[in-house]
Design a protein around this ligand. Structure first.
Ligand code: ZN
Length: 516
């Protein structure tokens, strides 16, 4: 064994310990959100923050710094995509960021977040943003301090985007949203005028037995290829999520609304989409921090929030809301709910699953209008962090943008500027990943279809293997080795390209709503 091999071995061992700690935090998090009695909250909070602190100390250990410099020659000598070279490169990025952040600021931020959360709940109760504004101002000040620590005093938004999407800049996102702004508000308005959406939607509304909903949702998760037998589990939680402890142990959750089938079913497909990605990462990448993790935000998401959302939204929207999917899945749904689906055609469900209409709440928004909600948040975060907008004026600015892009004005702040919990923790860079996910997803499907022109044909028979195998080769196999634009270039030949996404939406909704 050469001296360099020994160093690499030491490095791997140290990183494996950090990865194990993060996986342990994830197990605690899973338990907290699916099993834990309310009374356990305080102790669990302490336990998790202790483990987080130990994991952080292990990452910023100067020993890691010197191993990183000792291994520089090895990194240079190996091919870029080699496991070792990738591991050294990615961990150097995480190490550099972690060592810049002072423990004192992290502590003050978590204190301020606690106070902000309390104020946010009170403000929601009172339907009055003014009660939340002072606490949010504190948080925004701390975020500016954090951006300065990370070397982005002049452009804080870029610091926070980089934490989620390492090689993507605010300018690139502005361009992306400009493309969407030119098309989506107009298309959404045309669709809203075209038909009576209530009639279409009613098919998925009614009385749906919760146990059967859960079984149906898991039948869909299995159908697209999520392994629930040997390497996966599911549970219920307030907000659906997915989490990985290793590629061989991936968990997903859903929620159930008795009066609306779509909530559980599409959440199952969405989370199983994340799950396929996490189960698809090669086991060799276990304990390297390069497995595609959604669950280790402490590390600033080694790969990319946007790339992860590209996988979940692909299965939820492009597949799960397609006519072909319902040609296959309707008989299964009918077996669970014979009365509700009697005399219904795949075309009927396809229409019901694609009702589009401007609405107030982002998490309930349809595929067509969803990204207008994201755009509003991105623009406001940017204006506030760049100093062009005061926090106290956020509610008014919010309502103006809702009117401009969606043509509706919230009746009060609880269903407006106070609707997301995100701003009680992080302000800036928290939302754009959903839109990137949609844009990436459309580019990936377009590329996969070029290579396999009959891609969608199998869906009618419940065969999704062509699409899944393409994602395996082009996305899952790489874990978190590449930055989002790097990965997209390798898979599709371009970075952020809104063309396929806008064409997909225009096509789908023009046909569905007989627009001309
Ligand atoms: Zn997701």
């Amino acid at each position: 064994m050469t001296n360099e091999d020994k160093k690499m071995e030491q490095f791997r061992q140290k990183i494996a310990e950090i990865d194990d700690l993060h996986a342990t935090i994830s197990v605690m998090n899973w338990d907290m959100q699916t099993q834990m009695p309310k009374g356990g909250a305080e102790a669990r909070g302490d336990q998790m923050s202790t483990l987080r602190r130990i994991a952080h100390e292990k990452l910023v250990d100067p020993e890691i710094g010197s191993l990183l410099s000792d291994l520089e020659a090895r990194e240079q000598a190996l091919p870029y995509e080699h496991d070792d070279a990738s591991m050294i490169r990615v961990i150097r990025r995480l190490y550099d960021r972690a060592t810049r952040m002072s423990g004192d600021l992290v502590f003050r931020m978590s204190q301020a977040a606690g106070r902000a959360n309390t104020a946010w709940l009170e403000a929601r109760e009172a339907q009055d943003f003014a009660l939340f504004a002072p606490r949010l101002e504190d948080l925004v000040d701390l975020r500016r301090e954090q951006a300065a620590e990370l070397g982005h005093a002049d452009d804080p938004m870029n610091a926070f985007i980089a934490m989620k999407e390492s090689d993507i800049t605010v300018d690139a996102l502005e361009e992306m949203f400009a493309d969407l702004r030119a098309v989506l508000p107009g298309l959404a308005a045309k669709v809203a005028d075209a038909d009576d959406p209530d009639r279409r939607a009613s098919l998925l509304q009614g009385d749906f037995d919760p146990d059967k909903q859960l079984d149906l949702g898991m039948a869909a998760a299995r159908a697209i290829g999520f392994d629930l037998d040997h390497r996966g589990r599911y549970a219920l939680s307030v907000h659906p999520f997915s989490i990985t402890f290793s590629p061989d142990d991936v968990r997903i959750t859903t929620r159930i609304h008795r009066d609306y089938l779509g909530s559980c079913l599409f959440a199952c497909i969405h989370e199983a989409g994340h799950g396929l990605y996490m189960q698809g990462v090669p086991s060799d990448l276990r304990q390297t921090l390069l497995d595609s993790s959604t669950s280790r935000p402490e590390l600033g998401r080694p790969v990319s929030f946007g790339v992860h959302e590209s996988q979940s939204r692909l299965w939820e929207n492009t597949v799960g809301r397609s006519l072909e999917f319902w040609q296959f899945f309707l008989p299964i749904a009918r077996a669970f709910f014979p009365a509700q689906f009697a005399g219904v055609t795949p075309e009927d469900v396809y229409r019901a699953a694609n009702v589009a209409r401007p609405s107030l709440i982002r998490v309930e928004a349809d595929e067509l209008t969803y990204n207008l909600h994201v755009m509003i948040r991105f623009e406001l975060e940017k204006e506030v962090l760049e100093g062009g907008l005061q926090v106290r004026d956020l509610a008014e600015a919010w309502n103006e943008k809702m009117q401009e892009y969606l043509g509706i004005t919230p009746p009060h702040d609880t269903v407006g500027v106070l609707q997301d919990m995100h701003w009680t923790r992080d302000f800036g860079g928290g939302f754009q990943g959903y839109t990137l996910g949609d844009v990436f997803s459309a580019s990936l499907v377009a590329r996969a279809t070029e290579e396999n022109p009959g891609l969608r044909d199998g869906w009618k028979d419940g065969d999704f293997s062509v699409l899944r195998n393409w994602m395996q080769r082009n996305i899952y196999d790489h874990g978190s080795k590449f930055e989002p634009l790097e990965l997209m270039h390798r898979a599709t030949g371009s970075g952020i390209d809104t063309g396929p996404y806008l064409r997909y939406l225009e096509d789908k909704f023009t046909r569905l709503y007989d627009l001309s």
